[in-house]
Structure formats: C-alpha cells, structure tokens
Design a protein around this ligand. Structure first.
Ligand code: N01
Length: 550
C-alpha cells in the first residue's frame, strides 16, 4: 500500500511526468504511442542519436532480421501494415531503420523523445509514489510510471582478453558498429565468435578482405535463410488476409512466426521419435528448403527430448558436411556436444560456403583459447596472427545487462540487483515486487528468448497500457505484484523450463556466456499462447495478484 501522498520534496524545477520510457526500439516506441494516445504526459529517453533500438546499434555488414518481414512488423494498426511494403523476405538493417523512423514520424513521437540521453538512475519515493530519474545529460525527472524497454540484446560484451588495449589495429564490436561504411579491402581481418552476428557478417567481410581468419570457440547450427526480394504476389496474399495471419501468429504458433514455404502453418504437434524416419526426414527437408527459423515449429519434443533433438542435429550436421569441401573444416563447423536450438538457431546466406574460399581460415579456440591480444594481432597456442582489424562478434550481457546498467532502487532503497540476488525475478516478466509502477518490456522472466520479440512486446505494451490506464496517475496511484504472485510465477517458470534442453548449452539464454553471471534460465518457456493466458489471469479480478492503490 502506498503512504499518503507527500509531494513536498518535489523539486520545483524538476519536470513532472506521468510516464518515462527508456529505449526507442520497437517496444519503447509502441509504448510511447499508446501513452500519448491516452493523453498522459510522457518522455522517452534513448542513448543513441536516433530510433531503432537493436537495429540502431547492430549495423554490422549483413545485419538483417531472421523472422520474415511481413511477420516482424507492428500488427496493431491495419493501415500501417497495409501501407508499408518490405523489399526483401528478411529486411536488412537499413530497411528496418527506415521502418522505425517511419513509425516515429507517423505517430508523432519525436517531440516527447530525448535522444543521446542515457538514463543513469531511478529511485522510487514511496512518499509520493513516484520515480525520481536522472540522465547522462543532467535531467532530473519525476514520473509516476517507469517503463524499461531497454531490449534483451542491447548490452554488448567484449571479453576481458589479456592485452586488449595493447592491440594497435582497428577494433570493431558488431553490437556497436560505426555509422560510416567500413571497407576491409586489402586487409587481414580476424572475427572472434561464431553466433548469429558473425554468421551474418562473415560472408560479406570475406568478400572484401584480403584474408579473413575466424576464431571459433563453439560452432553454431545455422539454417539457410533463403532471403531474396519479397515476392509481390505473396505480399498481396498476406495483406489481403492479415488479420488471420496475425491471429495464427498469436494463437497457433510456438514462437510467433508461422510462415513455412510462404504458407501460414500451425506448429507440428507430433513427436519426432514417434513418426517414421521417412516422415521425419520429409519434415526436416521441407523446412530446410523453406529456409529460416521454421524448425521452431517442427516436432513438439525437439527441445525436451535428447533423442528427438539428435535426429534434427544429425540432419543439419550432414547438411554442413555436404556444403563444406574440406572435411576437417566441415567437422570443426559441425556443432557437437549440445542440442540443436539450445543455443539460438542462426539463419544465414552462404555462411558455410564461405569456408570454401581460399582467403578464409577457421581456427578452433575450443581447446586452445585466445591467450592474449598483442600489438599486431592475437595469439593462440603460441602462434601470433597478425591482422589489420579485429571484429568482436562476442555477443551480449543479455536480458539483464541493460537493466543493471541503470542504478534502480525500489521502495526499501534496495537495488534491483539486490532484490534479484543474482537471478532476475519478475511476475509475468512485467513487474518486480518492491519496485512499484516499474514495468519491463521484452525483459527477464517473459518468453523473449524463444518468440518473435515484436509479437511479445506488442502483447506486453497492451497489458502495461491497460494497467496504467486502470490504476491512473492520481497522487496515490501505485501497483506492484504480491510476493506470493512473484514466487508462484518463478515456480511456474521453473516447472515449465526444468526439462528443457536449453539447460544443456552455454548460451545467453542461461546467462552462461558472461563470466561470473549466475547461471539461470532467463526466459519463460511456456509458449506464447500460454503466456498470454497467464497475463490475462494476472489482470483478472481487478488485478488480484497485485497490491494497488488508485
Ligand atoms: O552473440 P552470441 P551474437 N572467446 O552470444 C563467442 C540475436 N541476433 O551477437 O558460443 C572466444 O550468439 C561465443 O562463443 P561461445 C540472436 O538472438 C539476431 O552473435 O560462448 N569466443 C559465440 O560464438 C542471437 O542469439 C540476429 O563458445 C567468445 C560468440 O562469441 C543473439 O542476438 C542477428 C568469447 C557470441 O555469440 C546474440 O548473437 C544477430 C571468448 N572469450 C544477433 N566470448 C538476427 O535477427 C564469446 N565468444 C538475424
């Protein structure tokens, strides 16, 4: 319960708002739009100089979305989805930026947005039920509600290699790529890492560089994206039936995307090991030809049964062996020792084929890690590789990294970090006990890792919008989950996820890619439709799982 309102400590010069949002990615911008529509006062702070979120920062060569563009787009406004036209099956980073900017202009978001401004701290004052927020630009703002749309893959990570500062060549981080074009022609280039960012950028960089050396610790499973210009007949078909496509995305898919071979296709609910070998192979082959991430809607037990999983892993390993001419390189590239999809699948254009080029070498650093960076390159197993540029495709402090970069203090003055005691806790992935009026979008304990983030955030934005409207912006307005609700959500998340094969890989899904980060499943694995139902129960009976005042 909130204390009686006390606004005596408000600084007269301080800007007083109903809602502050952090992050101008797709989730944050949609949230801002909804709040503006309600007529509440709102300010969105963004660290970058423009909108686009993850697409603003990840401008490395080859960056593009791996969910089909017609599905990776806002669904809430039919006029918007009818008037926008994608040029490729999977939109490139520049096209996604155009879409983000179009959205910001169309819904008149710029006026209430402050770019080049990082939120540094947020402290809840229970006396007036408001958040006191400070920024890198010296702003001090008071807000009734504080919404973190900081993205679950936004805090880029460079491992703390020995000699990192000794290297005198060019250093690039895929997740913070410079705005100007980089031309690697005539250069010797090293890429460290072989996750999605590397898989997309390596084929392009290889075409420019004099020589490219890829340093691989764990190979990824990658599926051909089969990207190309968007077929206009297909686009017409989708647009003429968009409500049905969106309904299927929301209610019939596992991961929020449904297009297989350009047909809306419900998730397969059969077991991979109960069907015949012929039926299984036909499904895998059909999805391989279709391209992209549609294996997420293949057999139902692929992520819960090791035997089922191995059938698909073997299928993809054989495809890799078919593509890569040198058998030793093929074996290095064929992932072993962890289940397929336990790390996120990659979707590529000529990734494996790139290793058939004369100017590309693959160095495994699985058993012989990078020893140090030297002034001229990097050293592995006593050998120095001299390079002009090093590209760090080394991933993210995912899900919690960007949130923890802000000093957030709740009712009792404790930090969010202390409340979470290492692993995050958030009822429905939306709110944490002790941090009233604070919402997470695409944050921990929701199903961000395994579903289309666009679809998830639209659902969450609508939930938060209803909640803010319901509780209001009155002096005492305050809402937070009960401890019981938070505990039982965490138990449910554990129960749903405990048998998942995700536990068997060291990935960002488990926080296992960052040294010292507690190993914990960061996402809810109950599926999109189940999550939607749980969220509905969460707001049922006048938010009975919350403590609130209006
Ligand atoms: O990062 P990653 P990412 N020494 O964590 C290696 C999304 N995304 O930026 O696996 C040596 O997958 C690390 O090795 P290992 C997508 O959700 C989407 O590529 O830890 N190597 C790994 O190979 C994706 O899952 C799109 O053994 C080190 C690599 O760096 C997520 O972002 C495009 C190392 C990091 O791979 C992250 O992808 C791009 C060390 N000390 C990204 N530390 C699309 O939409 C790390 N590595 C298409």
């Amino acid at each position: 319960m909130s204390n009686p309102a006390d606004i005596s400590n408000l600084n007269a010069d301080q800007e007083t708002l109903d809602v502050v949002i952090v992050g101008a990615g797709f989730a944050g911008m949609n949230m801002q739009h909804k709040i503006q529509q309600r007529g509440f006062s709102v300010r969105l702070f963004e660290a970058g100089s423009g909108v686009g979120g993850t697409w603003y920062w990840n401008r490395y060569p080859g960056a593009r979305v791996d969910v089909e563009s017609v599905e990776y787009s806002y669904s809430f406004d039919d006029e918007l989805q009818q008037e926008w036209s994608w040029s490729e099956r999977y939109a490139s980073q520049p096209e996604l930026m155009r879409y983000a900017n179009y959205f910001a202009d169309r819904f008149k978001l710029r006026e209430n947005m402050r770019c080049n401004t990082r939120v540094t701290s947020a402290t809840y004052n229970p006396k007036d039920c408001r958040w006191q927020i400070t920024t890198s630009q010296g702003d001090e703002v008071s807000a009734k509600y504080f919404v973190l749309a900081t993205g679950f893959l936004s805090s880029g990570s460079i491992p703390d290699f020995d000699g990192l500062n000794d290297y005198t060549g060019n250093k690039y981080l895929t997740s913070k790529w410079p705005k100007e074009d980089i031309d690697f022609s005539g250069q010797k280039v090293a890429v460290i890492g072989t996750g999605s960012s590397a898989v997309q950028s390596i084929p392009i960089i290889a075409k420019q560089a004099d020589h490219l050396t890829v340093f691989q610790r764990t190979p990824s499973f990658s599926i051909p994206a089969r990207n190309g210009p968007l077929d206009r007949e297909y686009e017409k078909r989708v647009k003429s039936d968009y409500p049905e496509w969106r309904r299927r995305q929301r209610y019939e898919s596992r991961a929020g995307f449904i297009s297989v071979n350009f047909q809306p296709t419900a998730a397969n609910d059969k077991s991979a090991i109960e069907v015949s070998a012929e039926e299984r192979f036909a499904d895998y082959e059909m999805r391989w030809e279709s391209g992209g991430l549609c294996y997420y809607s293949s057999f139902i037990d692929l992520l819960t049964n090791e035997e089922a999983n191995t059938t698909l892993a073997d299928f993809v390993r054989n495809k890799i062996r078919d593509k890569v001419k040198d058998p030793e390189t093929a074996e290095l590239l064929a992932p072993k020792g962890y289940p397929i999809m336990a790390k996120r699948l990659c979707a590529d254009t000529n990734y494996y084929e790139t290793y058939n080029r004369e100017n590309v070498s693959l160095i495994s650093i699985k058993d012989t890690p990078i020893e140090k960076l030297t002034s001229k390159g990097l050293q592995v197993n006593g050998h120095e590789y001299e390079v002009d540029s090093i590209i760090f495709a080394t991933g993210f402090d995912a899900v919690t990294g960007a949130i923890k970069n802000i000093d957030i203090r709740g009712v009792a003055g404790e930090s969010l970090d202390e409340h979470w005691e290492g692993a995050p806790r958030a009822y429905l992935g939306l709110m944490s006990k002790g941090f009233p009026n604070l919402f997470f979008l695409d944050g921990p304990c929701a199903n961000g890792a395994l579903v289309s983030p666009m679809l998830l955030s639209e659902h969450q934005v609508e939930w938060v919008d209803r909640c803010i409207n319901e509780i209001g912006v009155g002096l005492d307005a305050e809402i937070e989950p009960t401890l019981k609700a938070e505990d039982s959500w965490m138990q449910h998340m554990h129960d749903v996820g405990k048998d998942s094969l995700l536990h068997l890989a060291n990935s960002w899904y488990m926080g296992a890619n960052i040294p010292g980060k507690p190993r914990a499943l960061l996402s809810y694995l109950g599926g999109l439709e189940n999550y939607r139902q749980q969220c509905s129960s969460g707001e049922a009976n006048d938010y009975e799982n919350f403590v609130k005042t209006r």
